[in-house]
Design a protein. Structure first.
Lengths: 172, 74
């Protein structure tokens, strides 16, 4: 337990796990952001949690994608002409155009969502933003709108201050 | 292998905690959606998320910290 913090349900710091996962909204989120701005312990705690969350995609189980999924995903993500070129190149090399773990993870997500193509593309875009690719913590944010999260201020370089960038839509 | 450590750490969570974290993090569902869809009290959903993350950190210890830098390299 951190010094100076009480584990009362109404205290902002007790919801820091939820905040890190983007589950606080409205007044709760704003209250947490104000608290974090003035509390170095919580900023440090938040950084630890975000680092941990960034590693969660590593736990996804390998799986083979269903037939045709690669084409559908590439078609949505890259646009048809580029997808076709990548597919042709990949076929010549006899290897998938997307990294295998991206295909596997997208396949796992597709199974869960029962073939929703929009969610499949969302999952692939999410994985493209996974720590292994971009260095940023993966965030399950694409399927619901959120207000940009303001950083706590102070010194730069905090993971929290990168929230607004991660919150941008990846659908454009 | 960090991936294997993560999988093992997740398997150390209760079934309910694993499910909630999967729905929230991988599925992108809100707490309210999970509560409504699976008929779970909202407070229970929150508790499972909190306890699940704490248990995950407990399972992993501190050995994983610093093995993943800001550029995405392990």
């Amino acid at each position: 337990m951190r010094e100076g913090h009480e584990e009362e349900n109404r205290k902002p710091c007790s919801d820091i796990d939820l905040y890190a996962m983007g589950l606080l909204e409205g007044e709760e989120r704003e209250r947490m952001e104000r608290h974090i701005a003035g509390c170095s312990d919580c900023r440090e705690e938040l950084a630890r949690i975000e680092e941990l969350l960034g590693l969660l995609p590593l736990a996804a189980e390998p799986a083979e994608p269903p037939q045709g999924m690669r084409e559908r995903v590439l078609g949505q993500v890259l646009g048809r002409p580029q997808a076709d070129r990548l597919e042709e190149d990949a076929a010549e090399r006899s290897e998938p155009a997307l990294p295998p773990d991206v295909l596997r993870f997208a396949k796992t997500r597709t199974e869960r969502t029962r073939g929703s193509s929009s969610r499949t593309a969302t999952s692939v875009r999410r994985l493209r933003r996974s720590p292994e690719r971009t260095g940023q913590s993966a965030r399950p944010s694409a399927r619901r709108k959120r207000q940009p999260r303001r950083g706590p201020g102070g010194e730069g370089g905090s993971r929290s201050e990168r929230w607004p960038e991660r919150q941008r839509s990846c659908c454009s | 292998m960090l991936a294997e450590q993560m999988r093992q750490a997740l398997s150390g969570l209760s079934q309910e905690q694993q499910q909630v974290i999967e729905w929230v993090y991988f599925g992108g569902y809100t707490q309210q959606e999970i509560a409504d869809r699976h008929d779970i009290p909202l407070g229970t959903v929150k508790s499972r998320i909190r306890l699940g993350l704490r248990q995950l950190r407990s399972q992993l210890g501190e050995s994983w910290r610093g093995r993943f830098d800001h550029e995405g390299r392990t």
